[in-house]
Write a protein that binds this ligand. Structure first.
Ligand SMILES: O=C(O)CCC(=O)C(=O)O
Ligand SMILES: [Fe+2]
Length: 329
């Protein structure tokens, strides 16, 4: 694993073979952060962050609690299997139906407190798991709010009014949650023949943002464009990967890419990753931000119609990587 100290914001890094790497942005060096974020999101749809302020102990503890869960016997994990109409619980990747082969991975999904499922898995001993997962979600939510703010500021949106990124449903309950947040633990067991298996097949996330902690075992790969093909995202100590999702692509009227990525497996180490998906309330509309479109001129016409996350997830479940086309104007 690389040490975080080797990087500076000036190094929009290049491999030895001159293949560009997903940019690494150091939040401890605030100079030109907005420019770096803008460039990374326009070119890739994401970046890695170091010195983000989230305690490394919390990242490590979350990973180790995830390992504790995935090392339980299968029959026990299946006690909390996801039901067809529910996101939360244990199961295979949601994108599996779109691919002919099973993927070499398993997952456990939470929205808010996992106590219902955790107490089934560990009747006497779930307090620590719940405490860590809840704490992780609190930290990630605040981090996502900060990242959205920075991403929109990087596009010159400075007034609060310009940065309102979803329309609350009319007559909505003021107490309703402002955002939808999903925490997903991913597990990629050691694979005897990694060349013939895929941990998680290529996809973009449907969220506004995803924050990924991949620990110190590589496996994540991203694609800047077709010609460059797949680029590994090498683990950097304590780094978090920020991944713009499809809703961010819609919101920015196509200015920011939604990062195409996949997860590879290996034959020596069991890899675990922690993904936090952040988006609007399920029924709130997201559409290209007013300041980024030009209704009258021909320069920046809106590219997408307004859509709720719920509608978009339905489109994704039917059309997968063609879902964006179904809302294109
Ligand atoms: O495990 C990884 O590196 C990627 C996980 C991912 O893409 C996801 O959970 O959507
Ligand atoms: Fe993903």
């Amino acid at each position: 694993m690389k040490s975080a100290g080797n990087y500076t914001n000036l190094s929009l890094d290049h491999h030895d073979d001159h293949k560009p790497l997903l940019p690494i942005i150091d939040f401890a060096k605030p100079d030109s952060i907005l420019d770096l974020i803008k460039l990374a999101c326009e070119e890739w749809g994401g970046f890695q962050v170091i010195n983000h302020g989230i305690p490394i102990d919390l990242l490590n503890e979350t990973e180790s609690q995830a390992r504790r869960l995935f090392s339980l016997p299968n029959e026990q994990k299946l006690l909390v299997a996801r039901s067809p109409d529910n996101y939360v619980g244990y199961g295979i990747a949601g994108i599996s139906p779109f691919f002919p082969k099973l993927m070499w991975s398993e997952g456990f999904t939470m929205i808010g407190s996992p106590i219902g499922h955790a107490s089934q898995l560990w009747p006497q001993d779930h307090a620590k798991f719940c405490e860590v997962m809840e704490k992780y979600q609190v930290e990630m939510k605040a981090f996502c709010e900060k990242i959205v703010e920075l991403m929109l500021s990087s596009l010159g949106l400075t007034h609060e009014e310009d940065k309102k990124w979803f329309e609350p449903t009319s007559g909505s309950d003021p107490n309703q949650p402002k955002t939808t947040c999903v925490l997903q633990l991913n597990s990629y067991p050691v694979c005897p023949d990694p060349g013939r298996a895929m941990g998680l097949a290529p996809h973009t996330d449907s969220s506004l943002l995803t924050i990924l902690y991949q620990g110190n075992i590589g496996g994540l790969q991203v694609q800047k464009n077709d010609e460059l093909g797949w680029t590994p995202v090498e683990p950097v100590e304590g780094a978090l990967v920020v991944n713009a999702g499809d809703l961010m692509h819609i919101l920015t009227n196509g200015r920011f890419k939604s990062l195409l990525h996949r997860a590879m497996v290996n034959n020596t180490r069991h890899r675990v990753s922690v993904a936090y998906f952040y988006g609007p309330p399920k029924d709130a509309k997201v559409s290209p931000l007013k300041k980024l479109i030009d209704y009258d001129g021909n320069n920046n016409p809106p590219l997408f119609r307004p859509v709720t996350w719920k509608e978009y997830l339905e489109a994704k479940s039917k059309h997968f990587n063609k879902a964006l086309d179904t809302i294109r104007l």
